[in-house]
Design a protein around this ligand. Structure first.
Ligand SMILES: [Ca+2]
Length: 396
């Protein structure tokens, strides 16, 4: 009898322990192994700080340039004249023309969405705009949504766009900047924990800019209804994972402590109350805490900053070994991190596709290849193609 109850108790304990143990973040410090089996094919050069890209149904590619131009790549050639119809942007520091995304039903409505920084140095904000793309020209652009908080300086605008399967649009908004940038008498970055602010959030919108009534804080008196998740510093990689129904987001830390998160509606991702990141000014800890009840731990932490920008879930068949994995671009690391995931989204390992330029965005093309744009004054569009493991990725 005693033995049976002891056995029962130990079974209960084992079940409780294994179900309640939080998954530990996958912590990366220093270099990771180099990935092989691909070659880099530079399609286009001479792009000025390209930021985002998307494909038209005919296979042509639209690419934003941060200073405020939209470019067209037709059959792997850059069309010389920029596309007309982009509004004036706040072209300063990290601000400018940022992401671009076609509406999921583009073939019916010809609508293109883009994000940009708007305003002047002492008062600016991220906007989402939409225009009709016809005859290789943008027409009738209009502001769909803008951040309510005006900030100063030229840091942390976000702003990636991702369409959800239900037709709503996610947009990431940065926390407003590093100290000494202030708002309401305190560091502006603390707005990431203020649900009445759009700063440091992922927002969820309808395509017309109205707010979906099933947003997590829609009926909440102490929150902006557009807020979908909060406690983010500056998300510049955002992707919907159709295999696992997960929204993945990569965000910049300050000095180290970059993160990959699996983001869910209504959750708090901690910044700046909980972080592995350190102050730029003196290297001191921004918070003594790296984890806290009520706040969600990251899936991956890069102690050594990669400065993540651009994120893709690989669902194609050109690289069978990479199927189902995440590809996170790195500005500072000048590589793309392959995050090897199992079917549930658990991290198995990490490797690096060395690019040798600041990676601003990485996306899977409709042809199943991976495409990369690089954040340089003479930036490139690069296609990654399969190659033998013995071949150098830099081979012509
Ligand atoms: Ca976090």
């Amino acid at each position: 009898m005693k033995l049976v109850s002891l056995l029962a108790l130990s079974i209960v304990l084992v079940v409780v322990c294994t179900t309640q143990l939080p998954a530990q973040p996958h912590i990366t410090q220093g270099d990771v192994p180099a990935e092989r089996g691909f070659r880099k094919v530079t399609l286009v050069q001479g792009l000025e700080h390209p930021w985002g890209l998307d494909w038209l149904p005919n296979g042509n590619i639209l690419i934003t340039e941060r200073p405020g131009r939209l470019r067209l790549v037709r059959e792997d050639q850059l069309v010389s004249d920029p596309i007309a119809g982009i509004p004036e942007v706040f072209d300063s520091g990290q601000g400018g023309l940022l992401d671009i995304s076609l509406h999921p039903r583009f073939e019916e409505n010809r609508r293109v969405y883009f994000t940009y920084a708007h305003g002047i140095s002492r008062a600016n904000r991220t906007r989402v705009a939409s225009a009709v793309f016809k005859g290789d020209v943008l027409k009738n652009w209009r502001v769909v949504f803008e951040v309510i908080d005006a900030k100063s300086g030229s840091q942390h605008f976000g702003s990636r766009l991702v369409w959800m399967p239900d037709g709503t649009l996610l947009v990431s908004i940065g926390d407003g900047g590093n100290p000494p940038v202030r708002l309401d008498g305190d560091w502006i970055r603390k707005q990431a924990q203020n649900r009445r602010s759009h700063l440091g959030k992922i927002l969820r919108l309808n395509a017309d800019g109205t707010i979906p009534p099933d947003n997590p804080f829609f009926a909440s008196a102490d929150a902006e209804p557009a807020v979908w998740s909060y406690g983010h510093r500056n998300i510049q990689g955002l992707a919907y994972d159709p295999m696992r129904s997960i929204v993945w987001a990569s965000e910049h830390g300050a000095l180290g402590g970059d993160e990959l998160n699996a983001v869910q509606a209504g959750k708090n991702y901690g910044w700046p109350a909980v972080t592995y990141s350190r102050e730029y000014s003196d290297g001191s800890k921004i918070s003594p805490l790296t984890s806290k009840a009520g706040m969600v731990d990251p899936i991956v932490v890069w102690i050594t900053a990669i400065a993540p920008s651009g994120l893709a879930v690989y669902t194609g068949d050109r690289f069978p070994r990479w199927h189902g994995d995440l590809f996170a671009g790195g500005l500072k690391s000048q590589d793309i991190r392959r995050i090897d995931l199992d079917d549930t989204g658990r991290v198995i390992g990490q490797s690096a596709l060395r690019i040798g330029q600041r990676v601003r965005d990485v996306r899977q093309g409709p042809d199943g290849f991976l495409y990369v744009i690089t954040d340089e004054s003479n930036g490139s569009l690069i296609r990654l193609e399969p190659a033998s493991d013995k071949e150098s990725p830099d081979a012509p």
